[in-house]
Design a binder for this molecule. Sequence first.
Ligand code: PLP
Length: 445
Amino acid sequence: MSSKHASIKTAEVPGPKSAALGKMREQLIAKGVGIVAPVFIDKADGSILTDIDGNSYIDMGSGIGVTNVGHRPAEVEAAVKAQASRFIHTCFQVTPYEGYLRVAERIAKSAPGSGLTKSVLFNAGAEAVENSVKIARHYNKRTASFSFNHGFHGRTMMALALTAKEMPYKAGFGPLPETYKVEFAYCYRCPFDMEYPSCGVACADKIDEMWSSPQFEGKVSSLIGEPIAGEGGFIVPPKEFYPKVSKVCKKHGAVYIDDEIQTGAGRTGKMWCVEHWPGTEPDMLVSGKGIGGGFPVSATTGRAEIMDAPQVGGLGGTFGGNPVACAAALAQMDIIDRSLGNVNRINSLIIKRLNEMQGKFPVIGEVRGIGAMLALELVSDPKTKEPAAKEAGAVKNAALKKGLLILTCGTYNNVIRMHPSILMPQDMVEESMDLLEESFREVMS
Ligand SMILES: Cc1ncc(COP(=O)(O)O)c(C=O)c1O
């Protein structure tokens, strides 16, 4: 089967070469590392992944929301080569270099709200999350760390404790550090059985109530929240939610940590997603994934008085803010800055097609998302909203066989998510939607 961009040449997907490496993987790699699409990649360019059997896929997963401006953009490749020919590693804490400062400067200039001027760079998102909680505790000398139900913050111990979903992320890995959860504004499945907007976004008020109780009064150190709950199902809260949440944090002296690891770096049409909701004033920002142009770099950024609380030597890491990763990040940030205008175009094209699909396939319970972060929540019955996880997995698998790589997510594993490159050309977006629709037709027939 071959279409304009996607092209499947082998009788089976995975093809024979990928299947052979798949056997090797089983012998050598721990079972806990799950694989979405068992096709081994030979090269990647823009939004196309080509596997070692010669099959090409339109990439709607972007390596889990990382390659926001596509694979291997020429400027990133050139910046990486130039940096690698100068030096590859020194460790910033041993002998510093300018690239680290320039990344921190770019983040400080664009950071949401006001006054988030100081950063520490790390490697993975989870590391930035861990450090944000450490720094907040050091700053306000409190210990209660909060996060939201449906949240995902990484796989290291504290990040995992803050993550909501038990299977597969947390099960069997305890005991985890003590943390507390509050409800997220998941309006499609309101935890308080209310309706937006008549609810008045009461979920944010409940946080205020909880923190005013004797158990928590004066004890809350931080609340970490994703603007859009990513792994939890691309859940978009109403526009009033985060402005209210940030006020509640201010009222209680809690550090509000904005986890933009998946939503940031231009993904939603703004550099940081909370910019969509004026009045949201984070005290700290954690970023990762998309800021590095495909290289591992993450950042914890915050107000100077918070970031300067820990003692000298209390923060850092051997590889954090690696020079090659910083060069890639700077090159990629230039591309994001000039490409944000594309996001609305991609959003309109995809939303239109997803809405049409919802009319054709009752299994699609809700279409949602902002910018180039879009999802379909599948339900076996629109009235009971029983999660249709099997169908979501079947659509994902059918799409791969047609040359479309999509991911699933969600607390109930029933959400199909798309985070394409914000530079994906119009005809490729259309083709990907054709392939998705064909996949639904095949699975639902
Ligand atoms: C919102 C959010 N926070 C933190 C993380 C953890 O990032 P990493 O996998 O780079 O450690 C992720 C990863 O998916 C994420 O989506």
